[in-house]
Structures are given as C-alpha cells and as structure tokens.
Design a protein around this ligand. Structure first.
Ligand code: AMP
Ligand code: TRP
Length: 331
C-alpha cells in the first residue's frame, strides 16, 4: 500500500490555504486510499521567533482541527513530531548528506531570512537546516507520496535528492518520495495581496481566512478582497491574480473549473458573494466538530499518544538501518 506522510507547522492559526492546499485531500483521499501519517510538526515552529506557550497551544489546536476536518484515527496516524525522537535522530544523519550550498538555495529560507534581517533580527541556524528535518520526517517512514501545496515542492525535491544520494553512497536504504499537489488551489493567495501566498504566520490578517473565523468575518474578508479595475470576470492568474484567486477558491469549494465558473459571472460583487458563502459552508462542519472536540481534550490527547506510539514503531527500524548504513556502531 502507498505510504503517505505530510505535516503542518503550528506557527499560527490554520488557514483556508492549508485546508484547500493540503488538509482536505488528506481527509478525502489519502487516509482512505493509503497508509497515511499526518503530523503537527512542532519542531519546525521553533525555527523562528516563538513564544513557548503559544506553540504549545497552537500544536494542540492544529491537532484538534485536523481531527475536526475529518482525519480519522481508525484510518490514519495523527501525531506530534516532537513525541517521536526518530525525526531528530535521522535529521542529524541527513545533515551529513546535505550541503550548505543546497540549503542556502531554498527559496523559503532566502525569503524568510531576508525578512528577518530586514526587521533587524537574527536568523536561527535551524531555519537554514529546516528542510533537512523535513526530509527526515518524510524518509523515516519509507514515504511514497507527500501531499503538499505548491510552496513545499522544492523541499520535497530536496528530500528526493538527499534520499538518492544517501542510497548511492551508503547502500539502498530510503524510498524516494514524490510530492502530490491538488488540481486547484495548490497556492491560495492572500486576499489583500493576491501576488503572495495566504500564509498563516503573515501579519496581514484581513487577507487571510482562518479555519476558525466566524461566518461574518469570512464574508467581510472575501467581500473586501482586492481585485482590479477591469469590468469582466475573466480567469487570468498572471494579469488578474485577485479574481483568479477567488475563482480558484470557489472552484475548490464547490467543484468545477475556475475558467468555466468565470463565464457565469457578470460582476465581481456576485462572484465575491458566492465565494464567501461557499467558504462559509465549507468551514461550517469543521467548526462544529472543532467545538465538540474542544470539549473532549482527553480524547485528543489519547489520539496523539496512540499516534506517536504507532509512528515510533514505524520509524525506528528505518532510522536504525540508516545509522548502520552510514557507519555508526549498533548499540
Ligand atoms: P504550513 O502552513 O506551512 O505548515 O503548510 C501546511 C500545508 O499547507 C503544506 O502542505 C503547504 O503547502 C499547504 N499550504 C500552506 N499555505 C497554503 C496556501 N496558501 N495555498 C495552498 N497550500 C498551502
Ligand atoms: N515544511 C512544511 C510546511 O511549511 C511542513 C512540513 C514539515 C512537512 N515536515 C513535513 C510537510 C513533511 C510534508 C512532509 O508546510
């Protein structure tokens, strides 16, 4: 059976981008058709300035939301990264396979490091090595497929390169994984700045729809989305990114194709209204289940404890064999 692994960072509240780009497929397809693991990757949240209590809170919230979105512990494994030591154990070994040049070429590193320096802050070493930890997350489980949004494809490519290099140097150990992406909404854009990704850790609140936003907040954000001054509704991501983003969101919510949908609209107002309602309806059941699960913290804790135990059992043999292959004496 195909092994699937993916994760989400607890660096902010989960967004519509996370849901449409990744989580919804985990729920609808991956957990049903594959042997899948989904992880709240809390170690990754420490790569930027962070407040310990907030990371803890967001980790619990992300796990609760994954279950609310429909991940079923009977069908897949849901756990928290730091509960399974094998990730950090393998990450060090992969640091001995990766090069510093490779790390410095990662687009996300370059962007985040530049932003941090602009603010006059320092860049944590872990921000540079983060893609190696991500590679370890994936490789520890013999993963075949990694369902992610577009922003993560470069990191999965790096993971492939590292797996191939390790296998060539030290003998066949790792499965070489591939990224899978959704048909539409692989990159949901910020509603206020439709040329940048809707990212949960960004500061621009009005352009980001959070999964736990109240219906009226969702409506307000979508109705105020930045579009352009043209009159017709046309799907053209290059020239008309704001409208294209709305059409993609609408298509992702209700099915259909953004270009076909564009033909049914004469005005931006009508498009925004339908998109807002589609998003509200998409989020409604998730929010209801989230509320119910918040009343059962012991259940969520048990799911995470069982998930970590299962994950540990899967990762340990793989990481042990990587340790042996690279020349470490078995304990
Ligand atoms: P992150 O929020 O960076 O932990 O991302 C978790 C998952 O959501 C990854 O698979 C990302 O590629 C995906 N994702 C995050 N933001 C977006 C977005 N704006 N559009 C599509 N996918 C996204
Ligand atoms: N880097 C990913 C992101 O920012 C999160 C992540 C960490 C991940 N480890 C992973 C995704 C392993 C897929 C597989 O979205």
């Amino acid at each position: 059976m195909t092994r699937v692994f993916s994760g989400v960072k607890p660096t902010g509240h989960l967004t519509l981008g996370n849901y449409l780009g990744a989580i919804r497929r985990w729920v609808d397809v991956d957990q049903r058709q594959s042997d899948a693991l989904f992880c709240v990757v809390d170690l990754h949240a420490l790569t930027v300035d962070h407040d310990p209590a907030r990371v803890r809170r967001l980790t619990r919230q992300a796990a609760t939301l994954l279950l609310a979105a429909g991940l079923d512990p009977e069908l897949c494994t849901v756990f928290v990264q730091s509960h399974v030591d094998e990730h950090a154990r393998l990450s060090y070994v992969m640091e001995c396979v990766a090069t510093d040049g490779e790390m410095r070429r990662m687009v996300q590193y370059k962007e985040k490091a530049a932003r941090e320096r602009e603010r006059g802050g320092s860049v944590r070493l872990s921000l540079l090595t983060y893609p190696v930890l991500m590679a370890a997350d994936i490789l520890a489980y013999g993963t075949d497929e990694v369902p992610v949004g577009d922003d993560q494809t470069q990191h999965v490519e790096l993971t492939r390169d590292l797996a191939v290099r390790f296998n060539q140097r030290y003998g066949h150990t790792f499965v070489v994984p591939r990224a899978t992406r959704p048909g539409v909404a692989a990159r949901v854009m910020n509603l206020q700045e439709p040329t940048s990704k809707m990212g949960k850790s960004d500061d621009s609140g009005p352009g980001i729809v959070y999964l736990l936003d109240e219906p009226d907040a969702v409506r307000k954000k979508v109705m105020r989305a930045v579009t352009d001054s043209a009159a017709e509704v046309v799907y053209d991501p290059q020239e008309r990114p704001g409208v294209a983003n709305l059409l993609e969101i609408l298509a992702a919510c209700g099915g259909g194709d953004p270009e076909d949908l564009s033909r049914g609209y004469q005005s931006y107002g009508a498009l925004k209204k339908d998109t807002a309602e589609a998003v509200v309806e998409l989020l409604r059941p998730v929010q209801e289940r989230h509320k119910a699960l918040c009343a059962e913290p012991a259940y969520v804790e048990r799911v995470l404890r069982d998930g970590a135990e299962k994950a540990r059992g899967m990762a340990k043999p793989m990481v042990d064999s990587a340790y042996r292959a690279i020349g470490l004496l078995p304990a």
